[in-house]
Structure formats: structure tokens, C-alpha cells
Design a protein around this ligand. Structure first.
Ligand code: SF4
Length: 183
């Protein structure tokens, strides 16, 4: 299926999904930075605790090379409303809805003959306790790694995509990325 035909086909189905904004980008539009990885290491409690986060996902260079094997990138957002945006537990609890939309998108892209690599705005929480590092990931087909964990500079990507990074108030804006290529 040609690129334009594929995009039209996907866009026809998007109305059925609670996607707020989306954009089609090139792989070259993505900025990777060791600085993002440093912030993970120094500030994120999930660092070294999940296959969805560094160092489990590999070096920034390996992540960049992995993404570079795809032909294009679909960026999208979903929004969840919470009582208190400063309540991290309540905010993160909305992750599941976003990831479900991500999986539905992967299915949709799959029906267009594309394989995808999905990234999400936070670490994986499928298992109560991650198998990292003693055992392999229990659900490698469902697990969605973290965007920042790949070293990707999300605000720059949002700017390139013309997507609002923060919708304000008590609205949680979840970013999702789908790198895609022909099977
Ligand atoms: S699916 Fe389970 S084992 Fe795999 S990254 Fe997520 S929490 Fe860890």
C-alpha cells in the first residue's frame, strides 16, 4: 500500500478512537539526546527497574538505531481528566487507557500491512512486579517502552508535530509514538 493511501486508510478509522491530536512525521524529525537519559538516571524512580526503561531498553544509540529501521512515525495524544493533576498516583493511573488506544492503533496499522514499534509516556505497569533484570519480559508483545527512556526529546517532537504538549488544568496529556514500516 502506498504511503498516502495508507495514511488515508488509517485516518478514516481514527474517528473511532479517542485521539485528540495526531501528526505524520519523518524519522529524521526525532531528536535523541543523552541528556534525557541522564534525567532518567538521576530523577526517575523507574530507572533500572523495568524492561520498558533504561538501561533495559539499551543505550540511546541503540534506541536511535532501532527507531531508524522504520520508515515513518505517527505521533498522537490522548487526554484524561483527573481530580488533581499534582497527584502522581491518580495521574499515572490513567496510563492504561492511553496504552489501550496505542494497542488499537497498532492493530489498525497491522491491518494496513505495517509492523510498528510503539512508545508511550511512561514506564510499563502490566505486571505488579517487573521481571527485570533476572527474567525476560513476560509480555514482550504488549509491553510499551517509555518515550523518554529512548532518549527522545518530547517537547521538540511536539513542536515539530504541532501538537499541544500540555493541555493545562487537571488534564493529563499522554503522548504516543508509533514507528511503522512495511512488513
Ligand atoms: S510486561 Fe511485565 S516484565 Fe515486561 S516490562 Fe512490563 S512489567 Fe516488566
Amino acid at each position: 500500500m502506498a504511503e498516502q493511501e495508507m495514511q488515508t486508510s488509517v485516518e478514516q478509522e481514527l474517528l473511532q478512537l479517542p485521539i485528540v491530536q495526531y501528526a505524520w512525521l519523518k524519522i529524521q524529525d526525532v531528536t535523541f539526546s543523552e541528556r534525557v537519559r541522564t534525567i532518567c538516571r538521576q530523577e526517575c524512580p523507574r530507572y533500572g527497574k523495568s524492561w520498558a526503561c533504561p538501561p533495559g531498553v539499551g543505550s540511546v544509540q541503540q534506541c536511535q538505531e532501532r527507531c531508524g529501521r522504520y520508515d515513518g512515525l505517527f505521533v498522537f495524544t490522548t487526554i484524561a481528566e483527573v481530580q488533581d493533576i499534582t497527584n502522581m498516583e491518580e495521574t499515572l493511573a490513567t496510563r492504561g487507557g492511553h496504552e489501550e488506544v496505542t494497542r488499537q492503533l497498532q492493530k489498525l496499522f497491522g491491518e494496513c500491512g505495517l509492523e510498528t514499534l510503539a512508545l508511550s509516556g511512561d514506564s510499563c505497569a502490566i505486571c505488579p512486579e517487573c521481571a527485570y533484570p533476572e527474567q525476560p519480559c513476560r509480555f514482550p508483545d504488549r509491553m510499551i517502552p517509555c518515550i523518554e527512556g529512548y532518549g527522545i526529546v518530547t517537547p521538540l517532537l511536539a513542536e515539530k508535530a504541532g501538537i499541544v504538549f500540555d493541555n493545562g488544568g487537571n488534564l493529563v496529556t499522554w503522548f504516543g509514538l508509533l514507528f511503522y514500516r512495511a512488513r
